[in-house]
Design a binder for this molecule. Structure first.
Ligand code: NCD
Ligand code: ZN
Length: 341
C-alpha cells in the first residue's frame, strides 16, 4: 500500500497550554493560534488566575494578540480558599470552562495550589453539580516519594479515592506519563479522560541525560522509562475517546532553562501537530489522528466540533534552534510531517 502523503483533518484544539502573559504571551500565542482553533489556557500566572474578573481580562489580552479565529478557553486556578459560588458564577457566565488542581508545590507557579484535596471538597461538589470539569496535575509533592513515581502514587493516594467519592465529576488527568495513568483512565468510567503531550510520546528519561544534562527535555511530570512512553503512545493512538491532544506547551526563556536550577517546561506549540502526526504515522494510526486531535476533546467537554480543516503533508519540516528567545521542542531537527499553508 502506498504511504499516505497528506492528511486533512477537522481543525484541532489544544486541551492544555501555557500562554503566559505580557511579552511572552505576544511571542507565543500566535503559534498556538496557527495550529489550533481553541485551547484550554492554564491559569498558573503570577499571581494565579483565581477570580472571574482576572480570567476575563486575561482572555481579552490573549484575543488581542492571537487574532480572530482563535478561542481561548479559560480555567480557574484552585486554591485552598476556592469559592464554590465564584466557580459557579464564572462557569455560568461562560468565562471558565474548567478548573485546574495544582497540588501546592508540584510545578511552576503552584505555590498557591491546593495543600489537601479535602479542603476543596465544597468546590468539587459544586463543580460536579454544574458539570464543570476538574483538570488535574496528577503528582504528589511528598519529597520522600521518588520524582519518577509521583504520578503513580498520586493515582493511589488522591485520584482513585476522588473518582470513587464523586461519581459524576468530570476529570481530565492532564499530561499523563505512565502506564499506570493510561491504564487507570482506560479502566475508569467515561467521565474520566486524559491529555497527552508531544514530548511524552517521543522522549523517555534517557533524553534528560543524552551526552550531558539536557534542560530542554525537562518538564513536569518528568519523562519516564521507555515502557511508560510505549504505554502512553498505545493509549493515545488507540482510538479511545478518553485520550486527547493537550500539548502542555510551557515556554521559558533560554536563560531560565539553561540554569543551575532550570525551569520545567517544553515549548512545543510551533510544531505540535507535526510531532503528533509523526507519532501516529509511526504507529500506523494516521486514521485515528483526527479523533485524538479534533473530536475526543470537544466531545468530552461538551463543546461543538470545529468547522474547517487543516492539512498535514509528508515532507521535511526544519525546526529552528530558537523561536522568540525560547528553545523549541526538536530544536535543530527536521520533522517528517509539515503543516500546509
Ligand atoms: C508548566 C509551566 O511551566 O507552567 N511546566 C511544565 O513542565 N509542564 C507547569 C505544568 O504544567 O506542570
Ligand atoms: Zn501544564
Amino acid at each position: 500500500m502506498p504511504a499516505t502523503e497528506s492528511l486533512t483533518i477537522r481543525r484541532p484544539d489544544d486541551w492544555h497550554v501555557h500562554l503566559r502573559d505580557g511579552d511572552m504571551l505576544k511571542a507565543v500565542a500566535p503559534f498556538t493560534a496557527r495550529q489550533f482553533a481553541r485551547a484550554i489556557v492554564m491559569p498558573n500566572l503570577a499571581p494565579p488566575v483565581t477570580s472571574v474578573e482576572a480570567a476575563s481580562a486575561y482572555r481579552d489580552r490573549i484575543i488581542s494578540v492571537a487574532g480572530s479565529g482563535f478561542t481561548p478557553l479559560m480555567t480557574c486556578y484552585l486554591t485552598d480558599q476556592a469559592d464554590p459560588a465564584e466557580l459557579a458564577r464564572g462557569h455560568s457566565e461562560g468565562v471558565w470552562v474548567a478548573a485546574k488542581l495544582y497540588p501546592a508545590g508540584a510545578t511552576t507557579n503552584s505555590a498557591d495550589g491546593v495543600t489537601d484535596i479535602a479542603r476543596i471538597r465544597p468546590a468539587l461538589e459544586r463543580m460536579q453539580d454544574i458539570g464543570m470539569p476538574l483538570l488535574v496535575h496528577g503528582e504528589v509533592t511528598d519529597p520522600d516519594i521518588d520524582v519518577f513515581d509521583r504520578e503513580a502514587v498520586f493515582i493511589d493516594r488522591v485520584l482513585e479515592p476522588l473518582v470513587r467519592d464523586m461519581p459524576a465529576l468530570k476529570i481530565v488527568f492532564e499530561h499523563i506519563t505512565t502506564a499506570d495513568a493510561a491504564q487507570f483512565v482506560r479502566d475508569s468510567r467515561p467521565t474520566i479522560a486524559a491529555t497527552v503531550t508531544p514530548q511524552h510520546l517521543v522522549l523517555n528519561r534517557n533524553a534528560l541525560f543524552a551526552g550531558g544534562l539536557r534542560p530542554h527535555a525537562y518538564c513536569l511530570p518528568v519523562v519516564k522509562r521507555e515502557k511508560h512512553r510505549l504505554a502512553v503512545r498505545a493509549a493515545a493512538t488507540s482510538g479511545s475517546p478518553k485520550f486527547f491532544l493537550g500539548t502542555d506547551s510551557a515556554p521559558h526563556s533560554r536563560d531560565a532553562k539553561e540554569s543551575g536550577c532550570g525551569c520545567a517546561g517544553i515549548f512545543n506549540a510551533p510544531f505540535a501537530l507535526e510531532t503528533y502526526a509523526q507519532v501516529f504515522d509511526e504507529e500506523g494510526a494516521l486514521d485515528r489522528f483526527e479523533g485524538f486531535a479534533a473530536e475526543h476533546g470537544p466531545r468530552f467537554y461538551g463543546l461543538p466540533l470545529n468547522d474547517g480543516t487543516v492539512t498535514l503533508e509528508r515532507g521535511g519540516c526544519a525546526v529552528p534552534d530558537s523561536i522568540a528567545g525560547v528553545v523549541p521542542f526538536h530544536a535543530g531537527e527536521t520533522l517528517r510531517w509539515r503543516l500546509a499553508g
